[in-house]
Design a binder for this molecule. Structure first.
Ligand code: PBG
Length: 324
């Protein structure tokens, strides 16, 4: 037998704990919320494909966030569901749109909470695509102006960080330029830099009511058969002025996350997406998986692969677990 005995350092819980290289902390986690534009003050509707996740009215959002902040929530990301959609997604940059209202309410109630907004058009366009459409084609450059307008409207409402998720080429630069022009030079951009066209987004499209009405998103989101594009996408976003990069989805893309960690010095975030949440939740509800254990294992895997931050629908649960 060699001199190495792996079991020496695994003998007791305390020994394992002091030697653990990676651990999940409250500060790592970003909770996504779905906010509905509705006059129904107490609106709270469970998302059938994401048990225990809700579409919330502004009032219910504030109530829920208050509980989470008291448990140690540091940051959240907002997705809006507007009352009306049109081909240009004009509701996305309405100063009195759902996100803009929610951001103002959140920042006045919780000034220290980091409020991140998802910048995209798909929840606001009648066709459900993330950009302007002509003859069933998603147009890149004409969409940039709109995305910049959306981001600016979020920041004017008080958003701390904007997170473009559309995957149009050049959008980080367009947003950076617009923010700088209006003196929001200090507002960071957290870019969904490496975002694959994934079937794991299925439940989200029910939650945010933003499913494409024709075709799919494969002409703008990345092909999951490819690795090397991740360097081009992240390199472009770094050059355009991104401050934090997101890799999405999470658990099936840890190789990609590790690639970025090894080559890029910006903070990185992993997005444990809706389908990952639903898989774990469904198996746990059947009694087939230990939810808490699997949640910690998957989140820790993201940290091990190089994530500084993790967007996860389990965030509120983890805040409770960490208090135990
Ligand atoms: C909007 C957006 C999506 C997600 C985040 N922002 C959906 C999509 O690109 O189709 C997915 C998040 C999740 O599945 O949890 N473009």
């Amino acid at each position: 037998m060699s001199f190495f005995r792996g079991r020496r350092l695994r003998q007791t819980e305390t020994l394992r704990d002091i030697l653990a290289e990676n651990r999940v902390m409250k500060e790592d986690l970003i909770m996504p919320y779905f906010i509905m534009d509705t006059n129904e003050k107490h609106f709270r509707k469970e998302i059938s494909s994401m048990p225990c996740q809700y579409q919330l009215s502004e009032y219910e959002l504030i109530k829920q966030v208050e509980k989470s902040v008291n448990k140690g929530l540091k940051s959240l990301i907002l997705f809006g569901i507007p009352t009306k959609k049109d081909p240009e997604g004009t509701g996305a940059y309405d100063a009195n749109g759902i996100i803009q209202k929610a951001v103002r309410a959140l920042k006045s109630n919780f000034p220290n909470l980091i409020v991140i907004t998802d910048v995209c058009l798909c929840e606001y366009t009648s066709h459900g695509h993330c950009g302007l459409v002509q003859n069933e084609k998603v147009l890149n450059d004409p969409t940039l102006k709109l995305l910049a307008q959306v981001a600016l409207s979020h920041v004017e409402a008080g958003a701390d960080i904007v997170a473009p998720s559309d995957m149009m080429d050049g959008r980080v630069q367009a947003i950076r330029t617009a923010l700088d022009t209006y003196n929001f030079t200090e507002t960071p951009i957290m870019s969904y830099s490496v975002k694959y066209a994934s079937s794991f987004y299925g439940p989200f499209r029910e939650a945010a009511e933003g499913a494409p009405q024709f075709g799919d998103r494969r002409t703008y989101q990345m092909d999951f058969r490819n690795t090397h594009e991740c360097f081009l996408e992240s390199g472009a976003d770094v050059a355009e002025g991104a401050d934090i990069l997101i890799v999405k989805p999470g658990i099936a893309y840890l190789d990609i996350l590790r690639n970025l960690r090894n080559t890029c010095a910006l903070p990185l975030a992993a997005y444990q997406v809706s389908g990952e949440y639903s898989m774990i939740k469904a198996a746990a509800m059947q009694g087939w998986l230990d939810e808490e254990a699997v949640v910690f294992e998957t989140l820790t895997a993201s940290k091990r692969a190089g994530a500084n931050l993790i967007l996860s629908y389990f965030t509120e649960d983890v805040l409770d677990y960490l208090d135990k």
